[in-house]
Design a protein around this ligand. Structure first.
Ligand code: NAI
Ligand code: MG
Length: 495
């Protein structure tokens, strides 16, 4: 066991973790469990209950009862919910070191990165939405009916029981992306964390109870794709909020048809990062490195396709390659590490497979390697690939690892066409000191987020989501409650 671990973390890992259903910690009905693994060491951390469709049924019954009018949750005022959300944010901050260690153990990312990124933003998300709980306003709308008088207005009401299904790249944060807007609007939730990284969502479940979230309002059901599928098919679920692969997003859209549950999807990406000759080249190189390798490359908005104008191509490639080669890859608990391992053996094999495939297709590894780093742990050296064409798998597919391709271009029209030549549309970026070029090209890129002369600049106040096959709906910001509410129109005749 790692000597740096906090007593609270040791204690959390000392017994099998259970499901949270109706305010109680329970085993899966069929007793099934699975191991969650430390990707730096490949050692088992703890066994976790694996929810089956029977457990999904129990959670749906609990979430429905908690939602119904007359329940303690339904009787809470918007102000009560606001204060509750703020309290949870403070509790997360109070346990930030513990969350950061659990996240680093389960996902592999650096403890420091988890604390300053994932955990701090998760806490802020609760506080940001605490403000919205009291501001979910409707409008009053005039009607024109000769000889009669009406008062018509809209109300925003919760959708009902929401299933949140989330991935492993930002485990706590993605859980909060679903839970926070859902409960802000008065919904109840069943959260299905990713099988690779269930721990912080389970710890959050404990804090939610401690903060005073009523039983059944948030249920946490770890499991694999079968657990997620059981939620998506369940007719007692009113909405699914999903983040993950485009492949599974399509399955969810199809499976949701049974009761036409609402669906919001945040799916894959393959973001183009375009550097013009007239860019601030040093800033652009730093942005390409951050955009390419942030979170071990396991981030849907990473700039994995670099397009560099011919005049600065060699300079940018040399700069990014040097920075990639200098990144120290190692255990997330080692303070000298600059990048941790990938999340799982499956992801490790997938990413190394893509790099090896690119070499076989004739591409050049300007930095990095198709070989694993070390003989234990799922480490990959950050990789920059040149000599790529648009048809290679490494260029078309979302790889989700520290792998960036670089292709030269000559004209704006040419690069816009290449950048948009993808099924994805999550993020894109432009580097140019010409304000006209930056904004014009930004407008021409088909993506939900466009960064100009920056990358990964972000705030919980900003909406995010995808064009094309990168998804349906937008999360966070002032738009982030739309998908968690139904709009009701009320018409009263004034007699
Ligand atoms: P995935 O999409 O299979 O898993 C995401 C979540 O969906 C997990 O909680 C999983 O248990 C659940 N799930 C799987 N099958 C399901 C089904 N049929 N019905 C309902 N829920 C289901 O992603 P996976 O397998 O972890 O990663 C594969 C690739 O997907 C990655 O290499 C990456 O390219 C992409 N991905 C994209 C993410 C993003 O943020 N856009 C996040 C994670 C993965
Ligand atoms: Mg999968």
């Amino acid at each position: 066991m790692n000597p740096a671990l906090l007593p609270a973390v040791r204690s959390f890992l000392s017994s099998p973790r259970q499901l949270l259903i109706d305010g109680e910690w329970v085993d899966a009905k069929d007793g099934r469990t699975f191991a969650t693994v430390n990707p730096s060491t490949e050692e088992e951390l703890v066994q976790v209950a694996h929810a089956s469709s029977v457990d999904v049924d129990r959670a749906v019954v609990a979430a429905r009862a908690a939602f119904e009018s007359g329940s303690p949750w339904s009787k809470m005022t918007p102000r009560d919910r606001s204060h509750l959300l703020w309290r949870i944010g403070d509790l997360i901050d109070a346990h930030a070191d513990e969350f950061a260690q659990l996240e680093a153990l389960d996902n592999g990312k650096r403890v420091e990165a988890a604390r300053e990124g994932d955990i701090a933003i998760a806490a802020e998300l609760f506080r940001y939405f605490a403000g919205w709980a009291t501001k979910m306003e409707g409008t009053s709308i005039p009607m024109s009916v000769p000889g009669r008088e009406f008062h018509a207005y809209t109300r925003r009401e919760p959708v009902g029981v929401v299933a949140g299904i989330v991935p492993w790249n930002f485990p706590l944060l993605m859980a909060c992306f679903k839970i926070v807007p859902a409960i802000t609007a008065g919904n109840t939730v069943i959260l299905k964390p990713a099988e690779q990284t269930p721990l912080t969502a389970l710890r959050l479940g404990e804090l939610l109870l401690e903060a005073g979230v009523p039983a059944g309002v948030v249920n946490v059901l770890p499991g694999f794709g079968d657990t997620g599928a059981a939620l998506v098919e369940h007719h007692g679920v009113d909405k699914v909020a999903f983040t993950g692969s485009t492949e599974v997003g399509k399955k969810i859209a199809a499976a949701a048809a049974g009761n036409l549950k609402k669906v919001s999807l945040e799916l894959g990406g393959k973001a183009p990062n375009i550097i013009f000759n007239d860019a601030d080249i040093e800033a652009a190189i730093a942005g390409a490195v951050l955009g390419g390798f942030f979170n071990e490359g396991q981030c849907c908005v990473n700039g994995s396709r670099l397009y560099v104008q011919r005049g600065v191509f060699d300079q940018v490639v040399a700069g990014v390659a040097a920075a990639a080669a200098a990144i120290k890859v190692g255990d997330g608990f080692d303070p000298t590490s600059q990048m941790g391992p990938l999340v799982s053996q499956e992801q490790h094999e997938k990413v190394l497979g893509y790099i090896g495939g690119a070499v076989r297709d004739g591409a050049v590894l300007t930095a990095g390697s198709a070989d694993r780093v070390g003989d234990r742990g799922f480490f990959v050296q950050p990789t920059l690939i040149t000599g790529v064409d648009e048809q290679m798998a490494v260029q078309t597919d979302e790889i989700f690892g520290p792998v960036v391709t670089a292709i030269p271009f000559d004209t704006e029209d040419e690069v816009v066409a290449a950048a948009n030549n993808t099924v994805y549309g999550l993020a894109a970026g432009v580097w140019s000191n010409n304000i006209g070029t930056a904004h014009r090209v930004g407008a021409r890129l088909r993506a939900g987020t466009v960064w100009l002369n920056t990358w990964h600049a972000d705030d919980v106040t900003l909406p995010r989501g995808g064009f094309k096959q990168s998804g349906w709906g937008r999360e966070l910001g002032s738009f982030g409650l739309d998908d968690y509410t139904e709009l009701k129109t009320v018409i009263a005749e004034l007699r």
